[in-house]
Design a protein around this ligand. Structure first.
Ligand code: SF4
Length: 298
């Protein structure tokens, strides 16, 4: 056990309604950007975790990633793209054969229809090429803003916020939005950050959601940004139990930094009458743990 992990669970440091109400817009923006910077240090290589060779393959991979993990998609796309590398090949495919390749990703009939449909639309309207505009991308079957923003950010260097299940959940926990609607979440978060940061912010937040801030049981007691998070305490706060929840499928990546910000910045940290400070520094493990569990799909 790392020496900086204590056996004692930190007191529950959830932000009070009053404290949440007291956070000014300026403080919210500062805290949001601080979280982004910290996540940048924790996950310096945050990136899209789907394997692809070009824009078309990324588009297909993102469509296949609905309701499953990127890891699972990456197990089927090598065979898929070896056999059907572009829109023309995909349209000419036998649906039954496509379905059998796509099957492990779930919802394979609907996904096959989307993949063939978007390939057909690319051939008919875009000369078989993936368009570089959001307005065009979202007209393709099976392609919504989330998918479009991934493709724009990855391939066309157009900044975009990818509101998948992880991003939406964490944005709400961070207090960046109160909305469930992905379009409203995207709008709320976009207003907190410079446009140039949107793509990398998305990767960092999604990385954190997959590895630490899980859907059902966030590892709060081992979370390096706990001092900045109003939702601290929603998950496991015991540092040892929390550490066991970490999912570092890429454990030990060079540069991964799991230590907390030096200073708690939430207003509640100064309010000693209403609970503990947010500084969980002593409770955060110094190494990323090494669980190779399947990443959290939702
Ligand atoms: S793990 Fe807990 S403290 Fe960390 S970001 Fe998620 S809810 Fe906040």
């Amino acid at each position: 056990m790392p020496s900086n992990v204590t056996e004692t669970a930190p007191r529950k440091p959830r932000r009070t309604a009053k404290a949440a109400k007291e956070e000014s817009r300026t403080a919210l923006v500062r805290r949001a950007r601080r979280i982004n910077r910290e996540l940048g240090e924790i996950y310096p290589g945050a990136h899209c975790e789907l394997d692809y060779g070009d824009a078309f393959q990324l588009l297909v991979a993102v469509v296949l990633s609905a309701q499953t993990t990127d890891r699972r998609v990456n197990t089927v796309t090598p065979a898929l793209f070896a056999r059907y590398p572009d829109a023309a090949a995909m349209v000419a495919a036998q649906p039954a054969e496509l379905e059998s390749i796509i099957q492990p990703t779930g919802f394979f009939r609907a996904k096959t229809r989307s993949v063939v449909g978007l390939s057909q639309a690319l051939l008919e309207r875009f000369d078989g090429e993936v368009p570089g505009k959001l307005a065009d991308l979202v007209t393709l079957p099976g392609v919504g803003r989330k998918t479009a923003n991934v493709v724009l950010g990855e391939v066309f260097d157009v900044p975009g916020i990818t509101v998948d299940t992880h991003f939406g959940r964490l944005a709400r926990r961070f207090g960046w939005t109160t909305d469930e609607d992905p379009i409203k979440v995207e709008k709320d978060v976009a207003a907190l950050f410079p446009r140039k940061d949107w793509t990398v912010l998305s990767h960092r937040v999604i990385f954190h959601g997959r590895r630490v801030c899980h859907s059902r049981k966030p590892a709060c007691g081992a979370c390096p940004i706990a001092p900045l998070c109003p939702a601290y305490g929603e998950g496991e706060t015991d540092p040892v139990k929390a550490k066991a929840l970490l999912k570092y499928e890429m454990a030990g990546q060079p540069g991964q930094r799991l230590k907390p910000p030096a200073l708690p910045v939430l207003a509640v940290a100064k309010d000693t009458t209403k609970g503990p400070t947010r500084n969980a520094a002593k409770d955060v493990p110094s190494d990323p743990g090494a669980s190779n569990n399947e990443e959290d799909a939702g």
